[in-house]
Design a protein around this ligand. Sequence first.
Ligand SMILES: [Zn+2]
Length: 501
Amino acid sequence: MWTKGEPRNRARRIPPQQLSFSTPRRSELQLLQLRQCSSCESTAASKPLSPDHRELGRRQELFTTSIYSPGSAIFLPNGARIFNRLVEFLRKQYVRYGFQEVITPTIYKKALWAKSGHLENYAEDMYTVTSTSPSRAELTEGGEEDEYGLKPMNCPGHCLIFASKNRSYRDLPIRYADFSPLHRNEISGALSGLTRVRRFHQDDGHIFCRPSQIEEEIGKTLDFIRLTYGVFRLGSYRLALSTRPEQFMGSLEDWEQAESSLRRALDASGQPWTVNEGDGAFYGPKIDVVLTDSDGKEHQTATIQLDFQLPKRFGLEYSAPAPELEQKGETTTDPELLANYGPVQPVLVHRAVLGSVERLMALLIEHYNGKWPFWLNPRQAVILTVNDTEPVVNFAQRTQNILLGVSPDALDKPTAPTHLAVDVDTSVRPIGAKIRDAITNGYSLVIVVGPKDVEKGTVAVNATAMAPSDASAEELKRLKSLSMTPEELLKYMQEKVAAYE
Ligand SMILES: [Zn+2]
């Protein structure tokens, strides 16, 4: 997506006071209120402050920032786990939705940005990269020192891939996905946490399709979005269609055809949707996903944008029979027309389901407020020893190895990890204190190992943190002391992850 000054446009539409992310740093007093309220919400006299992802991120050791790279989050191990699980979730869905992942450059020569239009429309948001060594500088055809631009978007790179070989109508749609880091030069005063950043990652995807495939591709993307937001249990969202603005590229006919395809796809989605008349980008109409959080604030996340402009700038084409009808999204059975092949310009659909992964993480951090669902929790389980005798410590470590999928004895074989996050606490402290710490630190499963467990070959598991909010007292009691072998526990954990619980 490459609207001019896109982040600023977005901020204009939502007044700053409605964005929880743009609130200034809270005072110590407010933070104190926050801490008191989060543990006793029901007894608080007034509505507690909604949590701030920056404070939660610090407390949960998810990310930090540095004066040496303002606006670029430094993900700590716990934050990196969540980030990678979000990406992994999408990679799995890409198999169903037919996306192929590509890996593309971070810097491209200025000539590419001139071709894509970024130099003209987006230069002030971009970073220039040059050689610091004059002897290594490359020269342009005009004899000047060549400059590179740090990419703010993946689209031009994906257009280069499309153009790298001859394409037939039979090859389409082609769907590329890319998780590259992107850089946009936000002014330093606007930087904040994971929401106003200079470096971020999109779950970026570009679909190159035939004009007749627009409706189906948009329908599938809306389905992908519905599935994803259902898994996150983020609550309701609405879809907003932005239509042709006064200044636009392409023919009126293209626009009308594209907009009616989008409307039909929106109707078929069964989701509520509204129209922002004349609010589309100059290069094509778009659909935005607007989430409403528990405080009633709206957040724009996913986006689907049609683009008639970039394929033209890059001279993209595929060959098809009856090219003139094909370009209008029409088909024919006339054998004479079908015998005539010619070049057709594909439609480009930019789409992101999460949007910015960093921004979505900020939403999730505030939404879950420390109660991560098991599959995303960077602290899934902790094994606590009741004493530090050798059999107990050994059994605890063996259990951890089983849960992690690590075989310390099979050193000649590659490891097949489970990707579960399992810690061990063998410290010599009272078990009651260790359990309390584990619960406070947000572990989903608290596993206790004592001498009797070693004899029986089982562990005692407290899974109450994973109970649904409407669980009965009986169910809670059962979940408090489950007895399982390490292998049974591994299966239990893997089933929860597979079900995105
Ligand atoms: Zn794009």
